[in-house]
Ligand binder design. Structure first.
Ligand SMILES: *Cc1c(COP(=O)(O)O)cnc(C)c1O
Length: 361
């Protein structure tokens, strides 16, 4: 078996112990004689998976049962619409920090549901930064402020989170969820598609204050109403059972690694190895993100030519490192280093970058 280092932005690597456990349990889950994919979502076995996955997430984020942990379908992208459908009430404005392609898309989807305002934008400078405290301007009648904590395509990540006072703060954490601690007291709702840090594509985790989810418009389609999903404990319809099971295993793995503080240390160390390799030759490896906005999840850079980038990708693949191609919107190179990427993968990439520079500069 030759497993590669997958630097893909999502779907991405899963922890090997999780894959091995899933493999061991695949044909016969917990003595049921069935795989997790075959058990009923109404069975005690699944209720236990559902409850434990939620409990692990609450433990990791340091939140209590006043917070709902929901498992939904539709990817991160469905949240772009569900959020305004649920919270952008008439007379109010959805305030958006436009820090990347996903933030921008979320704002465009919200504009189909109601009025939106750009509270901050780094679009003009190629989304090379995230706001600092005080740079966000919200209209007084804001229904919420929406931020994207990690901008996957451009490689920027919030270093501090805004204080919004009475205005609920909502965050798309798709690409850094459970990769570092989050000051949950500032937030009303956060969400993330699982496929970057916590599981396979096909389940989205929404973590929200129960009070915030109550009292939604009864005319919303039931499947798009957070309150329905909360009241049915994410089993209003058939949930993605296997995906939630993997989320349960991944969150157990994170707990066994010492929780989010430990992961933050490990993730910061991993990314600094790659950034150091970039910064050693800044005229060759040109970073996209401003240094003060750099992400510990996705490092993005360009090489002096498209030909060199193609050569870089091909030789990296030969050396057992795949998924390094930048997003199709902006090209270049992107190294995604989510929770399951071992430090050895980042060390191999950094050594490769130095070697590639020496041979091609
Ligand atoms: C990947 C990603 C999304 C989109 O997720 P899908 O599950 O593909 O819909 C949204 N926001 C961010 C920040 C992402 O990284």
């Amino acid at each position: 078996m030759a497993r590669v280092y997958n630097f893909g932005a999502g779907p991405s690597m899963l922890p090997l112990p999780v894959l091995e456990q899933a493999q061991r349990e695949l044909l016969d889950y917990a003595g049921s004689g069935m795989s997790v994919m075959e058990i009923s979502h109404r069975s005690a076995l699944y209720e236990d998976i559902n409850a434990k996955a939620q409990e692990n997430i609450r433990t990791l984020l340091g939140i209590d049962d006043n917070w709902a942990v929901l498992f939904l379908g539709g990817g991160g992208s469905l949240q772009f619409s569900m959020i305004p459908m649920n919270f952008l009430t008439p007379g109010k404005v959805g305030a958006y920090a436009d820090t990347g392609n996903f933030a921008h898309k979320a704002m465009l989807e919200a504009a189909k549901e109601g009025e939106v305002a750009v509270a901050y934008s780094s679009r003009e400078s190629g989304y090379d930064r995230v706001p600092k405290t005080g740079e966000i301007q919200m209209p007084p009648q804001s229904a919420y402020l929406y931020i994207t904590t990690n901008n996957t395509i451009f490689g920027t990540e919030y270093q501090e989170y805004p204080d919004t006072g009475r205005v609920p703060l909502i965050a798309d954490c798709s690409s850094d969820i459970l990769a570092r601690p989050l000051p949950m007291e500032k937030f009303s709702l956060i969400y993330g598609g699982a496929q970057k840090n916590i599981g396979p594509a096909g389940v989205t985790v929404v973590i929200a204050r129960r009070n915030f989810l109550r009292g939604r418009d009864e005319n919303l389609p039931s499947m798009l109403n957070y309150e329905t999903i909360m009241n049915k404990d994410s089993m209003y319809n058939t949930p993605p059972v296997f995906n939630v099971y993997i989320v349960k295993l991944v969150t157990e793995w994170i707990l066994s690694r010492g929780g989010l503080e430990s992961l933050q240390i490990a993730n910061t160390r991993k990314s600094s190895i790659v950034y150091a390799a970039m910064d050693a030759h800044p005229d060759f490896y040109t970073g996209r993100a401003r240094k003060d906005s750099r992400s510990i999840m996705n490092a993005t850079f360009t090489l002096p030519s498209k030909e060199l980038e193609a050569k870089f990708l091909a030789e990296a693949a030969e050396a057992g490192m795949v998924g390094l191609k930048g997003h199709r919107l902006i090209g270049g190179i992107r190294a995604s280093m989510y929770n399951a990427m071992p430090q050895a993968g980042c060390e191999r990439l950094a050594a490769f970058m130095e070697d590639f520079y020496q041979k091609n500069c």
